[in-house]
Design a protein around this ligand. Structure first.
Ligand code: AN7
Length: 350
């Protein structure tokens, strides 16, 4: 039986004897050597952390398992969150598993189909609001302030505590921290959590160093890069369509303390990276996830030398989350009769 994150990393997590140990098998995700993509940028140690292999298909499960366990421990019966999709999928699944109710607030028309499917299937109360993520989050916070429900957005401290375990896994597998960690940035919780995880592992003597944190926002939703709130964020990568990130200052700190950078990548660059990942590495990640690879390719084009460096790109969510994006950016099937002769002809086989 899979131990789950709470069992595996309990020494590093804020759990007590009375914290319920729940798991859907989150964590322990593959770190895949991307040899072909690495060759394109002259880097023979490029790795992809496949967070889409978590139970609900995104990294959010790492924080959610702990947030739900702590909500149970506190006697809460209902959790609430705002979400661009993945947080709500994870909250709905873990709430169902734990026997709690979930209320999720999502921006109408901007949540990918797979994520919407998940919240409905898991029986969450789904409120699809006329507003963007930042507005949905303001509502969720206000409701959680006045009613006895637990907010499970990354303002909830247990979320980032759970998410930092991804950094532990990277170090456990590589034997040390990489030189560079490339990661998409939306609400900026994950970059904050990884940075915390790397620092804690170094302090514990498990790693000799910490990586440069390289964060990537979508160009039309890049508040940190522009140093101002974006009131109308726009990007094909709906997961990171966020204009006023909760962990803004923590992300800036992670960038500066690590000697890293936070930059913007265009939708075009994101989709190119998304297709390259699928075609060159056999890895199907959702568009927001591909921002990490789009950023890496951009830094390479701009002259950053990755030879002899170890690089990890975090692929935060599974490509199946967003079938509409996938179909829009892929060729159509070839329609042909089942006759082998007709198929041979289409294939050009003599
Ligand atoms: C696939 O689900 O904010 O910078 O409400 O789903 O920690 O916010 C999702 C974010 C990257 C950005 N990749 O991470 C939500 C939500 C994927 C995501 C991010 C998200 P943060």
């Amino acid at each position: 039986m899979k131990q789950g994150l709470i069992g595996k990393y309990r020494a590093y997590l804020p759990v007590t004897g009375s914290t319920p140990v729940i798991t859907l098998g989150e964590g322990d995700t593959p770190l895949v050597h991307a040899a072909r993509l690495g060759r394109e940028i002259g880097c023979d140690q490029l790795f992809l952390k496949l967070e889409g292999c978590n139970p609900t298909g995104s990294f959010k499960d790492r924080g959610m398992v702990l947030a739900l366990a702590k909500a149970m421990e506190a006697g809460s019966t209902t959790v609430i969150c705002a979400s661009t999709g993945n947080t709500s999928s994870s909250a709905a699944a873990y709430a169902a598993h734990a026997g709690l109710r979930a209320v999720v607030i999502i921006p109408h028309g901007y949540v990918a189909l797979g994520k919407l499917t998940q919240v409905l299937v898991h029986g969450a109360v789904v409120l699809s609001v006329n507003g963007n993520f930042d507005e949905a989050l303001a509502s969720a916070r206000s409701l959680a302030d006045s009613y006895p429900v637990t907010l499970v957005n990354s303002i909830n401290p247990f979320r980032l505590e759970g998410q930092k375990t991804a950094a532990f896994e990277v170090v456990d597998e590589l034997g040390d921290a990489p030189d560079y960690l490339c990661i998409p940035v939306g609400n900026a919780g994950n970059i904050t959590a990884y940075w915390r995880g790397f620092r804690e592992y170094k302090a514990a003597g498990k790693a000799q160093r910490t990586p440069h944190m390289m964060g990537f926002e979508a160009l039309g939703a890049a508040p940190i890069v522009n140093d101002r709130v974006i009131t109308k964020p726009a990007t094909v990568a709906t997961a990171i369509r966020i204009g006023n990130p909760v962990n803004w200052q923590n992300a800036v700190r992670a960038r500066d303390e690590s000697g890293g950078t936070i930059q913007a990548v265009s939708d075009e660059e994101i989709i190119k990276a998304y297709q390259t990942l699928a075609a060159t590495e056999g890895v199907f990640a959702e568009p927001a996830s591909a921002a990490s690879v789009a950023g890496l390719l951009k830094l390479h084009r701009e002259g950053l030398d990755f030879s002899g460096k170890r690089v990890v790109c975090v692929l935060t969510g599974n490509g199946l989350k967003d079938p509409d994006a996938a179909i829009a950016h892929s060729p159509r099937p070839i329609e042909v009769s089942a006759d082998p002769a007709a198929i041979r002809e289409v294939l050009g086989w003599e």
